[in-house]
Design a protein around this ligand. Structure first.
Ligand code: NAP
Ligand code: HSE
Length: 429
């Protein structure tokens, strides 16, 4: 007898899981038409089934027993619990038992990319993860399909809503990092423990996924250079603006020096760049291909309904494949490109230094930069503290190598004439 429905098990009924369950209830007819068969929710795994929920489900659907959920009669397992364990185990177990998996879990997908893709391939099923990067923004599918005819040259992205909200507030209102973070938490954008957001780790996981797809080679989160936004000061935003720049936490991956260099760090972006105008909790991913040129994908990077939109697109795709019995997509051959270290990056830099306000200090700093092959483009003396006899210098350099720049900064930081290296921020040209 032919199949009469597509059975779904949901692991997690929080912000995203709740949105998915609601969409499955409210759009059941439309989804049945699209998939060619009704999508039926068979089990929902949660930690605490007695917790009050904003959605009501049929009796007996909810369980706290993972075996009951994972052994249920399911065609598609939708993992929306988050965290590495036990999600990794549940995803792998589902793939190995021949079920298609849909997940929004960037940590698990990025850290266990090879292992999970290989489990899916061996079982002849697919792992879908559109919601793992950029929430509701379609970016995984375009990289796999619509941009497939291109050699990807680079990706530049703002893929963390919490940090983009904080940086937007710091730039627009001159508030300090701590105040902006508190506001982000009050508004529910930041996690209770926002460390992964503000230290750039969340962006690293997402960039690992984007870069691995774009360059057809596994770029592990461990291969990605990371700097968060906690060291930025309100006056960096003021000085950057005076120089014609906006500061953003950028995730960048480029084909460079025979490999792929991937990095997440705050960067100065010229004000007229499209990415510089992506504000608040919005996310955006700019992809440059050799045929298409630059394309920008922008939209809500988080939230219940927006993320459910991406999850449900994956569910519908999996459902159509199950119904048609189509073979799953074979994985592309690896490009063999290797990850390049940050040390050989060539970039311009913005440097803010607090120095003793006396003759000859600038010459000492210029000598150190010059000795390391770093050429100065401009120097501006900002605030002067007459009582403390200190001054603040803002130096913009020409293109220089990262390792040379860091050696020079280390030397400058140890000079008796220098009280503090305030900030060193790369300029993204
Ligand atoms: P959440 O609100 O914290 O919900 C997590 C759900 O999973 C809860 O229902 C929880 O059960 C359940 N759960 C967690 N650990 C479990 C365990 N060990 N056993 C059984 N159930 C467990 O998380 P979320 O914000 O929806 O995020 C889910 C995933 O989507 C994460 O991977 C996240 O990175 C990703 N994501 C989220 C967003 C967003 O806007 N929130 C956007 C893009 C991607 P209880 O309800 O009983 O506690
Ligand atoms: N904490 C993430 C963010 C949620 O702020 O973008 C979406 O992955």
């Amino acid at each position: 007898m032919g199949r009469t429905e597509i059975n779904i098990v949901l692991l997690g009924l929080g912000v995203v899981g709740g949105g998915v369950a609601r969409a499955l209830q409210e759009k059941a007819e439309a989804y049945a038409e699209q998939a060619g068969l009704p999508l039926v929710l068979r089990r929902v795994l949660v930690r605490d089934p007695s917790k009050p929920r904003p959605i009501s489900l049929d009796d007996g659907l909810m369980t706290a027993d993972p075996d009951e959920a994972l052994d249920a009669d399911a065609d598609i397992i939708v993992e929306l619990m988050g965290g590495e364990t036990p999600a990794l185990d549940y995803i792998e177990r589902s793939l190995k038992s021949g079920r298609h998996v849909v997940t929004a879990n960037k940590e698990v997908v990025s850290k266990h990319w090879l292992r999970l893709h290989s489990a899916a391939r061996d079982a002849g099923v697919e792992m879908h993860y559109e919601a793992s990067v950029g929430g509701g923004i379609p970016i995984i599918s375009p990289l796999k399909r619509d941009l497939a005819a291109n050699e990807i040259i680079g990706i530049r992205a703002i893929i963390n809503g919490t940090t983009n909200y904080i940086l937007t507030r710091m730039a627009a209102e001159g508030v300090d990092f701590g105040d902006a973070l508190r506001q982000a938490q009050e508004l529910g954008y930041a996690e209770a423990d926002p460390a992964n957001d503000i230290e750039g780790q969340d962006s690293v996981y997402k960039l690992s996924i984007l870069a691995s797809l774009a360059f057809r080679t596994f770029i592990s989160p461990d291969d990605i250079y990371r700097e968060g936004i906690t060291q930025l000061h309100a006056r960096d935003f003021k000085y950057a603006a005076e120089l014609g720049y906006i500061i953003k936490l950028l995730a960048v991956a480029k084909r460079e020096q025979g490999g792929v260099r991937a990095r997440v760090h705050p960067a100065l972006l010229a004000k007229d760049e499209l990415l510089a105008r992506v504000d608040g909790v919005l996310n955006a991913v700019q992809v440059e291909g050799d045929l298409v040129g630059k394309v920008l994908f922008q939209g809500p990077g988080a939230g219940s309904e927006a993320t459910a939109s991406a999850v449900m697109a994956d569910v519908l795709e999996a459902a159509k494949a199950i119904r048609s019995g189509e073979p799953t997509t074979p994985q592309d051959r690896s490009s063999g490109l290797a990850a390049e270290p940050i040390s050989k990056l060539v970039s311009r830099y913005y440097v803010r230094i607090e120095v003793m306000d006396r003759p000859g200090v600038l010459a000492v700093i210029a000598r150190s930069l010059g000795d390391h092959g770093v050429s100065i483009a401009s120097v501006i003396q900002k605030e002067t503290d007459e009582e403390g006899q200190t001054a603040e210098l803002v130096i913009m350099t020409h293109g220089a190598r990262e390792d040379s720049m860091q050696s020079s900064i280390k030397q400058i930081g140890g000079l008796p004439e220098v009280s503090e290296i305030g900030s060193v921020i790369r300029v993204e040209d």
